[in-house]
Design a binder for this molecule. Structure first.
Ligand code: HEM
Length: 231
């Protein structure tokens, strides 16, 4: 009965909320769409935290697309042995996951302990940071600890077909029944994160801000440096 809820009903509750929430948000507050910059409040921690997190998460996202949406038969047809896949996924996923985790740790500490940032944070800002940190910590625990202590988990025969079935509205809960609990928790919390994303600063994910990665890092310049440069 619980498996029916978590692996058949819950994904549509959360993904549905995400889609409806995004539509509501764009109608209700089109100008507020985006991630309101907090750079003016604190710059140094943001510079390191944001860069590490964003570069890390871009590669984590790429890894999720390949590992969760490409059928295992495609890897086999391309002659990629399972062991090679898992070693490569562990190394690249692990490095990207550590970068994203470190960045998120810096952003979390900044949001909670920096007085000016904290004072200007909404409940939604704080919730988004905690959820992100939690999802990334559990994901990293799978890739870096579970896979190396228990052995590489073959999610390409369980989570992968389950996700693809969810996307075509034909989910098969039996695929998820024997997935390790730590991965089940990762997925449940990740879906919750997606559900609340339109109501938080994470909404900017959905406008594919590719230019964010290469945009000028400094928007607010210290006055004395600015004067030196122009003067
Ligand atoms: C429903 C959506 C998701 C599913 C099914 C999923 C599934 C997985 C799985 C199976 C792993 C383990 C990979 C391995 O064994 O190497 C993993 C790792 C990870 N996940 Fe997710 N995940 C989802 C969403 C997310 C989200 C939204 C985030 C971050 C915001 C995230 C962050 C991570 C990180 C940082 C890792 C460790 C690094 C890596 O292996 O890529 N995941 N995820």
């Amino acid at each position: 009965m619980w498996s029916q809820f978590w692996w058949v009903i819950y994904p549509y509750l959360t993904l549905g909320l995400m889609v409806i929430g995004a539509i509501y948000r764009v109608i209700d507050r089109p100008i507020g769409w985006g991630s309101r910059s907090s750079e003016i409040l604190e710059k140094n921690m943001l510079r390191w935290g944001s860069r590490l997190f964003h570069w890390g998460i871009i590669f984590v996202f790429g890894g999720h697309v390949v590992g969760l949406l490409v059928p295992i038969e495609v890897f086999h047809a391309l002659g990629i042995p399972d062991e090679m896949y898992h070693v490569t996924a562990d190394i690249f996923g692990g490095l990207a996951g550590i970068a994203a985790w470190l960045g998120m740790l810096i952003l979390l500490v900044r949001r909670i302990f920096h007085p000016r940032v904290r004072k200007n944070s909404s409940v939604a800002d704080i919730l988004a940071v905690f959820l992100l940190f939690f999802v990334i910590t559990i994901g990293d625990a799978v890739t870096l600890i579970y896979n190396n202590v228990v052995g590489p988990y073959e999610y390409r025969t369980t989570v992968n077909p389950w996700i693809r079935d969810v996307l075509v509205f034909h989910p098969d809960k039996t695929l998820m029944l024997h997935v390790p609990l730590i991965i089940q928790i990762h997925i449940v919390v990740a879906l919750a994160l997606l559900a609340v994303s339109p109501f938080t600063r994470l909404v900017h994910i959905w406008s594919l801000p590719i230019r964010y990665a290469v945009r000028a890092p400094i928007q607010y310049r210290a006055r004395h440096l600015y004067q030196k440069r122009v003067g």
